[in-house]
Design a protein around this ligand. Structure first.
Ligand code: ZN
Length: 339
């Protein structure tokens, strides 16, 4: 009897061990929508790929980052990367556009789409900007931006370069679209065509197609003059992230963001040094709009995987996404207080 019961017990223990052994790798490469925040203290991502996240890169709980969920932003980034290389007018970018659009709608955001044809050195390319518009009680507009296209390089999936900032802005939309109206509207623009199409090297004439289109459209509609500030995020998910002050942006705007970062205790990420990058904020600056670029290009290039197939999810830190998301969220709140 005993042995029978013992055998039954052993069998039960064995099957229990087996189940728990299999569960963590769940092996769904397709990330589901991020689970709600109520998980234990520090929430690791739900994805199998996240099992490799070092403790130092685990995102703080959303309760510690103003409600911004770094692990969710990581999950969005991984989903975007799972579409593969996403250059303009590719099949993969259409799937990316559908994903961004459906996520924004699922957050209850009002979504505007602007499909346009870009004249590029490799011919006319169909592109699309997707803008989530969170209405405010007043006339002003705070414009947040990211590009979601990847550079036209074989096997380049752009986890850091376009994936990270787009994952961050999806999480930003999830949060802000659910909040009551503030004095200024907040627009979150997902831009196409940031990368050069014909050459590896950057060129002002063959780049930033989406932001040029958006700036021109807003000039025609009269919305351009309503912009209080533009905050662009690009390459903001890497480990050991260091963001330098953008010397091309107005000092009051850089000071506001760096003061906010310091008050939140992120001086190790938002550094006092200066840099200047040609990026999607330039078409707005050229039209006299206060615009800033939050970017870590230096480390990204120094690490050697800039614009290479090695720009993959193992380079992404949910903690970095949480920190930049938290700073942008609180900076928007500061901008909302400005007369
Ligand atoms: Zn790039």
């Amino acid at each position: 009897m005993q042995t029978v019961r013992l055998r039954a017990c052993l069998a039960a223990i064995l099957s229990f061990l087996l189940i728990t052994a299999i569960a963590p790798c769940g092996c769904s490469s397709e990330p589901s929508a991020p689970v709600s925040a109520g998980a234990p203290a520090t929430r690791a991502s739900t994805l199998s790929s996240a099992s490799a996240i070092a403790p130092a890169d685990v995102a703080p709980p959303p309760s510690k980052t103003g409600g911004f969920d770094g692990a969710a932003a990581y999950d969005f980034t991984a989903k975007l990367v799972s579409f593969g290389p996403r250059p303009p007018a590719s099949e993969a970018i259409e799937r990316t556009q559908d994903y961004i659009d459906s996520q924004l709608q699922s957050f209850g955001c009002r979504v505007d789409r602007d499909a346009f044809n870009a004249q590029t050195p490799i011919g006319t390319l169909a592109m699309k900007n997707i803008v989530a518009k969170i209405a405010g009680t007043g006339q002003g507009i705070i414009l947040l931006m990211t590009h979601y296209d990847t550079k036209r390089i074989e096997n380049f999936v752009g986890a850091e370069d376009s994936g990270s900032s787009t994952g961050l802005m999806l999480e930003m939309a999830r949060l802000l679209c659910a909040r009551p109206p503030q004095p200024n509207s907040v627009w979150i623009a997902f831009l196409d065509g940031e990368e050069t199409q014909a050459t590896f090297q950057w060129s002002d004439s063959d780049s930033v197609y989406g932001s040029r289109e958006l700036a021109a459209r807003m000039a025609v509609s009269g919305d351009l003059k309503k912009i209080k500030a533009v905050i662009l995020a690009d390459m903001v998910g890497q480990k050991n992230l260091h963001i330098l002050r953008d010397s091309s942006s107005p000092k009051w705007l850089t000071d506001l963001i760096w003061r906010t970062a310091a008050q939140l205790g992120y001086q190790d990420v938002f550094k006092s040094g200066e840099t200047s990058t040609s990026d999607d904020h330039v078409p707005f600056q050229r039209r006299g709009v206060p615009a800033i670029d939050l970017i870590d290009l230096n480390d990204y290039m120094a690490e050697g995987y800039w614009h290479t197939p090695e720009d993959t999810m193992d380079k992404i830190s949910p903690r970095s996404l949480a920190i930049v998301g938290h700073v942008i969220l609180e900076s928007v709140a500061e901008l909302q207080k400005r007369p």
